[in-house]
Design a protein around this ligand. Structure first.
Ligand SMILES: Cc1cc2nc3c(=O)[nH]c(=O)nc-3n(C[C@H](O)[C@H](O)[C@H](O)COP(=O)(O)O)c2cc1C
Length: 191
């Protein structure tokens, strides 16, 4: 079944987690909407050597489903824009803190806060280490508010052979929480 999903990428390390999630959703025929924060775009370029725009073009995400992070009038800023799920992968501690504080500094924070107020699935993939008490409290506040906090912490029991396999494991865990069937990793017991 086709649903509408928003994938947001912020300036934490691990751009590949967001890109593999975008790819998985697009390949499964979902309606994918995407945006990256200013620092998200920078990290995509640092870690992949390509721009966020290059990636979204390659993945077939049309320009009208890509958003400017500074545009708080874009569709995902409103609860009337129905989404089956919003994903922030990777999620920086800065964005986690803004959302936990209820502050919409950009469209990513606003879309996340809209998901929470509308009771829709919000999956965050934070990446930082070590975590300060401030980070832990912000992530706890987000979990208490209804977000799924899914640290970028891929497993090794399924025999990954590449960094792509590790990223696909995280993308698969995200899709699991959104009840989207996939074959991104082998499940324990089916090895
Ligand atoms: C190459 C690079 C890697 C970064 N990695 C992380 C990280 O893993 N986790 C994190 O919380 N911030 C990281 N940062 C810092 C964030 O980009 C910074 O806090 C920024 O304000 C986040 O803004 P955003 O959430 O709007 O993208 C990194 C920055 C750069 C330039």
């Amino acid at each position: 079944m086709c649903g509408r999903y928003l994938v947001c990428m912020t300036g934490a390390s691990g751009a590949i987690y967001g890109i593999r999630t975008l790819r998985a959703l697009a390949e499964l025929g979902q309606e994918v909407h995407a945006l990256a924060s200013v620092w998200g775009e920078r990290v995509v370029r640092e870690e992949t050597g390509r721009s966020f725009g290059d990636w979204t073009r390659e993945l077939g995400i049309p320009p009208e489903r890509r958003y400017d992070p500074g545009d708080l009038s874009a569709a995902p800023a409103s609860g009337s824009f129905a989404l089956e799920g919003t994903i922030i992968a990777p999620c920086s501690m800065a964005s986690a803190g803004a959302i936990a504080g209820g502050i919409s500094l950009n469209l990513i924070h606003r879309a996340a806060l809209v998901s929470l107020k509308e009771g829709r699935p919000l999956v965050l993939v934070p990446r930082e280490t070590p975590l300060s008490l401030v980070d832990l409290r912000n992530l706890t506040a987000l979990a208490e508010a209804g977000a799924v906090v899914m640290p970028a912490s891929p497993a090794f029991y399924q025999g990954p052979e590449s960094i792509g396999d590790l990223a696909d494991f995280m993308a698969g865990k995200i899709l699991d929480r959104l009840h989207i069937e996939h074959q991104l990793f082998k499940r324990w017991g089916a090895l």
